[in-house]
Design a protein around this ligand. Structure first.
Ligand code: MCN
Length: 807
């Protein structure tokens, strides 16, 4: 069977569609998630959260809670502020003045903000005791949208003095000239990208233990522990080496779990107050929805588009405002990251975005799959469709008129797109969905008065060196490029063991790692043990280790590949000595006694156990020539590829830009306004594919995620700051019942920037947002509707049609 599978991938394991190694362990319940982790004497934390969006905390009485048998202690915001300094803010500018404590101190600024922590012997007592805490609040006026945020009548963070924490102008090219030369200028009224998030199977969770030496040990599911310990340590007054974070299995993150460090900090302080007993906290689903971190909203104002006579977009100017909720935390960084894809897939050279971010009394923002890029891509795709309509150009032709066609391509702001073929993506997707057939059916349906639309969405992912490239546009960012580490060793028994510098949250890293190593050593993936458990003390190499930014296929696997090269060299030195052969005459393979090195064309060989024994057991009397051999290799990958001009200024930067093109056919019911997907196709280009099954799985997952966001998932607040969609009955994540059949295809334009030609692709979730909006738009153009909201619910569509009726 293995051989058949291998043949399907050519003569290599890389590219073979093998099933995921980790699934057998995970589906048997043999994973180790945070809630499975139990320590002797472990306590449990429950949180009392603010029911108000904005309220002063007048009085807190914890006496009844503390009197409940089994309760160990309580913690209030005042206590926290006495022992903790506010978290560093990632973004530059005014956000630095935000006092971001893990718990509300004098006032709560979003519904669900922690106000008191209760620590007890078991989770039920902790939850019961939390109900006994009395908190008196004085309700304050809530700031619930960007408009009132900008008025600054109520300022959320007094230290900042304003709710407007970021303003930057991103201007490239000659806008005045482009508009003066334009054959057409299209003006677009306000558009809005809505608030939604991800729904990982496992919610945020942590076990924290205050150690006798005065440090803290975390067992957590944070997806970026190497960086968050840099936030937690200063907040707790500790040095980095006193904070250790370990992860094992993580049940989905989608970026959100980077944001759970305030809860890690609370659990650490709870452990300290409890005399160093370990404290576990596991977020409930409701807490996750209320306060686990949402992707931020974006409003696009005053958009003007200049086009030439052929429908080629020559300039775009607009004003954008992000509503980041109560604490922007990662969003100022996100607002830099979006600018990587400023012109999207289009050869637009003149662009000016006046970019702003504000805080409001909504839940704090957190990175969410497609982190800030997808808002920009949605904006550009809307522009394409609206202009196509205005100029009476078919939406596919409009894209063909505007697509970038030559790679590497340097965008006006200096980012370098590595490779791609957007027209081919379009051609393949049209064939997959039967474009001509649907055009025919659409015409017939329209004649019957039905509202059927066909929409295209093109999207970009940008894996690898997010921070590095972000620095191009913001040189004062504290980061300058992603890198990753991997460790590979021949264990005592000769087993090949790989340890990664990050913990995956469902992306199949064990499998693709085993494929790479199997090819390098001439063995099978099942002969490679991949350990994904991560420990900031042992397998981090600094701030960049982590599962984020669609970086694993490029950065993570480059580290694995580099480690393999070094190990092979060491193994050859040993084998050449043992077999009295020349290193060049040796080859890797599988023999009678398992994986081995042998002298080509002979029966002389040594297996991995033999090699390991030479280093780990029979070390006495080894000659100097092999005395320094190690079979335990740690390799750090740093993107080595150089980008002319940019490199001179900012060092080596690499970013891969995977692309996807989706086409959807959507019918909007004329009576109920419910949109229904009738057909859906997605074509992916992530360069050379390491594992086609995993890539197909990622595309299916991301497409489901995006369709849910486009049609079913929206965090909506009332004027007082109450979350109206805080449960699965009103915030309805997509299930198989709503997921259309997906016609899936792949093209491969290898990246010249990665050793394996792969491009990061795990964040393709944005495409359905553009695609569904485009299809609904096409369905409703005849009703004079312009889709200007990314959430296509029956309510928003009804409003859009009625507004168009009135106009
Ligand atoms: N891959 C491949 N060939 C390629 C590119 C990728 O076989 N040419 C494989 C990789 O080896 C990896 C997977 O596809 O197994 C995704 O690779 P990559 O694009 O490098 O992304 P990462 O592995 O770095 O994962 C991060 C990315 C992000 S940023 C979000 S958000 C997201 C996503 O992955 N979160 C996820 N997909 C997710 N999938 C699951 N199940 N859970 C999440 O939390």
């Amino acid at each position: 069977f293995a051989e058949i599978v291998k043949r399907q991938g050519g003569d290599k394991w890389v590219h073979a569609p093998i099933s995921r190694k980790e699934d057998s362990r995970l589906v048997r319940g043999q994973g180790l998630f945070v809630d499975d982790y139990k320590l002797s004497g472990m306590l449990h934390m429950s949180l009392v959260r603010s029911p108000y969006g904005h309220a002063r905390i007048v009085r807190i009485d914890t006496s009844k809670a503390e009197a409940l048998p089994g309760v160990v202690c309580t913690l209030t915001g005042q206590e926290i502020a006495a022992v903790c300094t506010p978290f560093m803010q990632i973004g530059p500018g005014d956000a630095q003045n935000i006092k971001d404590f893990p718990m509300a101190v004098e006032k709560a600024i979003y519904q669900g903000e922690p106000v008191v922590a209760v620590v007890a012997e078991n989770p039920r007592i902790a939850a019961d005791a939390a109900q006994l805490v009395e908190v008196e609040y004085e309700s304050l006026p809530a700031v619930m949208n960007w408009k009132s945020a900008l008025e600054d009548k109520a300022v959320l963070h007094p230290g900042m003095g304003t709710n407007h924490h970021w303003h930057g102008i991103y201007e490239y090219g000659d806008l005045d000239q482009a508009f003066a030369d334009a054959a057409h200028v299209v003006k677009i009224d306000q558009m809005d990208f809505h608030r939604f998030s991800s729904t990982p199977l496992e919610t945020n969770a942590v076990v924290a233990t205050w150690t006798p030496g005065g440090g803290v040990d975390f067992f957590c599911n944070n997806s970026f522990p190497a960086i968050v310990i840099q936030m937690i340590a200063p907040a707790l007054g500790l040095s980095i080496d006193q904070v250790r974070a370990k992860t094992q299995d993580v049940g989905g993150s989608f970026g959100n779990k980077i944001g759970n460090y305030p809860y890690m900090t609370l659990a650490a302080l709870a452990s300290r107050k409890s005399g160093g007993r370990p404290v576990k906290w596991v977020e409930t689903r409701s807490e996750h929805m209320l306060a686990g971190g949402h992707g931020s909203e974006r409003t696009y104002l005053d958009t003007e588009v200049a086009l030439d006579k052929d429908g080629v977009i020559t300039a775009v100017r607009s004003r954008h405002i992000d509503d980041c909720g109560a604490y922007p935390r990662y969003e100022p960084l996100g607002c830099v990251i979006w600018s990587q894809v400023l012109p999207a897939c289009y050869k637009l050279r003149n662009i000016r975005i006046d970019f702003n971010q504000v805080v409001t009394n909504k839940g704090p923002s957190a990175p969410n799959r497609g982190y800030s890029r997808l808002q920009q891509l949605w904006f550009m795709e809307r522009i394409i469709d609206i202009c196509a309509h205005e100029l009476n150009i078919p939406s596919d032709q409009m894209r063909l008129n505007n697509y970038i066609r030559e790679f590497p391509y340097t965008t006006p702001n200096g980012c370098v797109y590595d490779s791609g073929n957007y027209p081919l993506l379009l051609e393949k997707a049209k064939a997959l969905i039967d474009w001509d057939g649907w055009k025919q059916k659409q015409a017939e349906a329209r004649a019957e008065g039905r509202w059927i639309g066909i929409g295209i969405g093109t999207t970009l992912d940008s894996g690898t060196n997010n921070f590095g490239q972000a620095r191009i546009v913001n040189p004062y960012l504290p980061f300058s490029g992603n890198s990753e580490v991997a460790t590979i060793k021949l264990d005592l028994d000769g087993t090949v063991v790989v340890m990664l510098g990050s913990t995956p949250s469902g992306q199949g890293h064990e499998t693709t790692t085993a494929q790479v190593v199997a090819d390098e050593l001439g063995i099978r993936p099942d002969m490679v043990e991949v350990r994904t458990g991560f420990d900031t003390t042992f397998n981090s190499h600094g701030g960049h280790s982590g599962s984020y930014a669609s970086q694993f296929a490029v950065t993570g696997l480059s580290a694995v590949h580099g480690a393999c090269q070094k190990l092979k060299k060491e193994m050859k030195r040993l084998a050449a000595f043992a077999l009295e052969a020349n290193e060049d005459d040796l080859e890797f393979g599988i023999g009678q006694q398992g994986p081995e090195l042998r002298v080509k064309g002979t029966d002389r060989s040594i297996n991995y156990w033999g090699l390991s024994a030479m280093v780990n057991i029979n070390t006495a009397g080894q000659p100097d020539s092999i005395a320094d051999v190690t079979l335990n290799i740690r390799h750090v990958y740093r993107p080595p590829f150089k980008i002319p001009d940019v490199e001179k200024k900012y060092g080596n930067l690499t970013l891969t830009y995977a692309s996807q093109l989706h086409i959807a056919v959507v019918e909007v019911d004329r009576r109920t306004y419910v949109p229904k997907i009738l057909a859906y196709a997605a074509v992916d280009d992530c360069g050379n594919v390491i594992n086609p099954k995993i890539v197909a799985g990622q595309v299916h997952g991301a497409t489901a995620h995006g369709i849910g966001a486009a049609m079913m998932e929206s965090y909506i607040y009332d004027k007082e700051g109450n979350l109206l969609t805080g449960s699965f009955t009103d915030y309805t994540p997509i299930t198989v019942m709503n997921m259309p059949d997906l016609a899936f295809g792949e093209i491969e334009t290898p990246s010249p920037f990665s050793y394996n030609g792969a491009k990061g692709m795990g964040e393709g979730g944005g495409a359905p947002l553009h695609t569904v909006s485009a299809a609904v738009q096409d369905a409703l153009f005849d009703q004079n509707v312009i889709i200007r909201n990314s959430f296509n619910s029956p309510n928003t569509l009804y409003d859009a049609v009625k507004r168009a009726d009135r106009a």
